[in-house]
Design a protein around this ligand. Structure first.
Ligand SMILES: Cc1cc2nc3c(=O)[nH]c(=O)nc-3n(C[C@H](O)[C@H](O)[C@H](O)COP(=O)(O)OP(=O)(O)OC[C@H]3O[C@@H](n4cnc5c(N)ncnc54)[C@H](O)[C@@H]3O)c2cc1C
Length: 823
């Protein structure tokens, strides 16, 4: 009886913890267990009496808030204040900016899958689709990337005109101001398609639609500013840039030394109150051609013309290019990707107060405005560029591997190449899924700052991996630049994507978990807010609520991690039945394990976790991989769970789970307090480490999706510029790819016949003739093989130049591409 009662009590404890029960249920359990033990067992009085005294004390402490606060919470609050990391105003503003969304579910240890799956899958509206099929397609056909990058180092005037005429600079500006008023999804789709033709064009379009005057005016502009500037920006009459970075302020942009002093000055012939500015900025995209500079600086009011405060903080203003004192510098050359980029300076530039974005009301709120705008913009532009690269490599490099032959075989059939192709396909599938999930959130009005950091970092890192793999596969044909090269400029542009909008090392080490832990954790921010509350009684009450909520959360995650770890997620809730079921269950497990690991690291390291960037980065990696898996599962579900996409789903999920496991393993083995690491290892992985990299069979299946025409390949690469017109480089490779699939069985017949000795060796033409004579293949087959040989020659040809660096092209490929563009 005693043993049974003991087991029942343990089971009840575990159940309450698993369900995250509150104090009342714990107190009831405690009393219930003691009553049962006292009445149903022959426990001796000298054991039961201390137990009852202890239980009564715990009931009083846990069940009576006044006592609990006085004897427990007050002390803990004092300790908490001591270890609480200091936080600057800019840090706090950055933390508070934006919203939390699916990231908070992943942090909860028990994600609500229905919430994810019920989020509508966004599609282009009719108007957006028409723009995509019309002006975007036309623009793609106008773009000659080689001419832009090598000969002109700029977009040609007719492209600039077309961008203005079709309102490419006003994608995000509402129709009432003359813009196109497109969704985030449409904006991203446009960037992807343009980037597949010319990264210079894509960057030129994405920057005015991203963080900059347009977006800032939309959110914070005064009515007069919006009415004046937004129509001009939408029509391209004003070309904007946004100038934050300077020589002394890169990643630590909040430390910018540029100043504005409140004073009186002359503006259009009148003496008005305004700001005298001095700045030095560099790396500013569109800067050299901009007519309107969005400027970030620190505002000072030494003469107290605005009020008591002297240092007013980071403020944003709009500076017309022709304002006296403004100097636009020469151009930088960002890795030979010649979008407009350069430095600018201002010396004693005077502007009136109404040039401050949002007017006086937004003085000193510049950092928050920037972080909020970044929370949105960072989730669109660079992820689109990265996914565009993934799609280009999936389609063209996959095709190249099917067309290029060495050792008498398409190189895509070699296992080494398959390994690279599997990564290209699997990662593109997952990256595109993460892009779309995030755009869906933006389109329902979320500003998910942690998620946008996750996808900025992971998608550009994915781009890094993919473009390196593609370069390995295409080898010389990827390296030799010229009009026929399909991936060279995409390769060169990679470090730019990695560096801008939050350089990647910083984003991984400081931002993702640093911000995620504070924003997404259900209790931490509440504890901080309570500890900072000026009213001591209120601080105590709020801290008490947050603290005991946190304890329940922690116990719940211990119970869930152990149970889910022992069962490897089996038996846990899954919203769908089918091939994806196990991945949902495994993610339930990882969510609980992550929440517990994060809490353990935060509780033991406190403020020093901020300096332990490696640990913080690993926790951020787990959170990120969970987001990527969620997105992949949602994509598979939204697409109707097509069986042919299964290799990509499985490859990307298995890789992500392996990466989560390895990040947790490294976190555990690097926690400074070793016994805690050992305990965590047992609770998180009680049944061992289950995951490995995707196996060879799966990698083979994933690679196959790129090597022949299929619906999966079409879905994977949808949205980039393609053509069946062989005057375009994309058309040449596509035609050859289709033909390669057509002749693959004929080539196999020839290979088998050679192996069996039915035909002799010799050139391929000779083999084909002999096979024809022996009736092994038909006349039509021979013609198909001849055609394939010609197409293959065109695909593998690279450009050569009479004078290195000059414009004399020697091969025909290049001319045909030029002609196509001109026609
Ligand atoms: C082509 C291009 C276009 C750009 N366009 C614009 C624009 O339009 N407007 C604008 O204002 N800016 C623009 N930038 C600036 C861009 O945002 C900065 O380059 C970026 O913020 C990094 O600054 P930095 O290059 O000075 O590097 P640094 O700040 O010197 O950083 C160097 C390295 O240190 C790392 N690092 C820094 N601090 C930490 C830390 N605490 N922990 C870990 N790692 C850290 C960074 O991740 C990076 O890897 C552009 C830059 C480029 C190259």
């Amino acid at each position: 009886m005693g043993t049974l009662a003991f087991i029942a009590t343990l089971a009840a404890i575990w159940y309450l913890a698993y369900q995250g029960a509150g104090a009342t249920l714990w107190v009831s359990l405690l009393l219930g267990s003691l009553v049962t033990v006292t009445l149903a067992t022959d426990i001796r009085w000298f054991i039961s009496t201390p137990l009852w005294i202890l239980a009564t004390a715990m009931v009083l402490l846990l069940g009576v808030p006044r006592l609990r606060r006085k004897y427990i919470t007050r002390r803990l609050l004092k300790q908490f204040k001591k270890v609480m990391p200091p936080m600057s105003d800019t840090e706090r503003e950055a933390l508070e900016a934006g919203s939390v969304w699916w990231d908070a579910e992943l942090f909860s240890g028990r994600p609500d899958w229905e919430r994810l799956l019920n989020q509508p899958h966004t599609h282009l509206s009719e108007r957006e689709q028409a723009f995509f099929d019309g002006p975007v397609e036309t623009l793609c056909r106008m773009l000659d990337d080689w001419k832009i990058t090598h000969e002109d180092q700029d977009l040609p005037p007719e492209v600039w005109d077309y961008l203005r005429q079709e309102r490419f600079f006003g994608l995000i500006i509402p129709e009432e101001y003359g813009g196109l008023g497109f969704s985030a999804q449409a904006h991203s789709d446009v960037v992807i398609k343009l980037s597949s033709r010319s990264i210079v064009a894509a960057v030129t379009v994405m920057v005015p639609n991203s963080l900059g005057p347009g977006k800032l005016l939309l959110h914070y502009g005064t009515p007069a500013q919006r009415d004046y500037y937004l129509p001009r920006l939408a029509r391209g009459e004003e070309i904007p840039c946004f100038a934050l970075t300077g020589p002394e302020a890169g990643s630590d942009a909040g430390a910018l030394p540029d100043t504005g002093v409140v004073c009186y000055g002359q503006w259009q012939g009148n003496r008005v109150l305004g700001v005298r500015l001095n700045w030095e900025k560099r790396y500013i995209t569109l800067g050299p051609v901009a007519t309107l500079i969005g400027l970030a600086f620190k505002l000072h009011d030494p003469d107290h013309l605005l009020g008591e405060e002297e240092a007013r903080g980071i403020t944003l203003a709009l500076i017309p290019r022709n304002t006296p004192g403004v100097t636009i510098g020469a151009r930088h050359i960002p890795l030979d990707i010649p979008f407009q980029n350069g430095p600018n300076w201002g010396k004693n530039v005077f502007i009136p107060m109404d040039q401050l974005i949002g007017g006086e009301h937004y003085i000193g709120k510049g950092w928050r405005m920037l972080v909020e705008a970044l929370a949105e913009g960072r989730g669109i532009s660079l992820p689109a560029l990265a996914v565009g690269a993934g799609k280009v490599c999936s389609r063209h490099t996959g095709a190249y591997a099917a067309i290029r032959q060495q050792f008498n075989m398409p190189i895509g059939r070699f296992e080494g190449i398959e390994e690279a192709l599997a990564r290209i396909a699997g990662m593109t599938y997952q990256m595109d899924a993460a892009r779309c999930l995030t755009l869906g959130a933006l389109d329902i009005g979320e500003k998910p700052s942690v998620i946008s950091a996750i996808i900025k970092y992971h998608l550009t890192e994915g781009y890094r991996q993919i473009i390196n793999d593609a370069m390995d596969v295409q080898a010389g044909s990827g390296i030799c630049l010229g009009p026929s090269n399909l991936i060279g400029r995409t390769y060169q542009a990679l470090p730019i994507a990695v560096t801008v909008e939050g350089a990647n090392i910083l984003t991984r080490s400081m931002i993702i978990f640093g911000q995620g832990a504070m924003r997404c954790h259900p209790w931490i921010l509440k504890e901080f807010a309570a500890a900072r509350h000026p009213d001591r009684q209120r601080a105590l009450e709020d801290f008490d609520h947050a603290l005991f909520g946190h304890v329940g959360f922690l116990l719940g995650n211990v119970a869930r991690s152990l149970f889910l770890g022992l069962t490897r997620g089996r038996l846990s809730h899954t919203p769908v039945k089918g091939p994806a079921t196990r991945f949902f269950q495994q993610l339930n497990w990882m969510s609980a394990a992550f929440a517990l690991a994060a809490d353990t690291a935060m509780m033991t390291l406190g403020g020093s976790l901020k300096r332990k960037e490696r640990l913080s980065a690993r926790l951020g990696d787990v959170l990120s991989e969970m987001y990527l898996v969620s997105a992949t599962l949602k994509r598979f579900n939204d697409d109707g769970s097509p069986e042919s996409d299964l290799p990509l789903l499985r490859w990307s999920c298995e890789r992500s789970f392996y990466r989560m496991q390895e990040s947790l393993r490294l976190l555990i083995s690097n926690l400074p307090f070793r016994p805690l690491g050992w305990m965590l290892r047992v609770v998180l992985f009680p049944s061992g480490l289950p995951w490995t990299e995707p196996d060879d069979r799966l990698a083979h299946q994933a690679a196959q999706t790129l090597l022949q025409p299929s619906d999966t390949r079409e879905r994977l690469t949808a949205g980039i510029f393609t053509s069946d017109d062989d005057r375009f480089r994309e058309g040449v490779i596509e035609t050859a790819f289709v033909q390669a699939a057509r002749v693959a069985p004929i080539e196999k017949t020839l290979r088998n016949a050679r192996r069996a000795g039915a035909i002799k060796g010799g050139s391929r033409e000779a083999q084909a003739r002999e096979a024809l004579e022996k009736g092994l293949i038909s006349e039509q087959d021979v013609q198909a093989l001849d055609q394939m040989r010609m197409l293959r020659r065109r695909v593998i040809a690279v450009d050569s130049f009479e004078h290195y660096g000059k414009q004399h092209l020697l091969n025909e490929n290049s001319h045909s591409n030029h002609e196509a563009v001109q026609s």
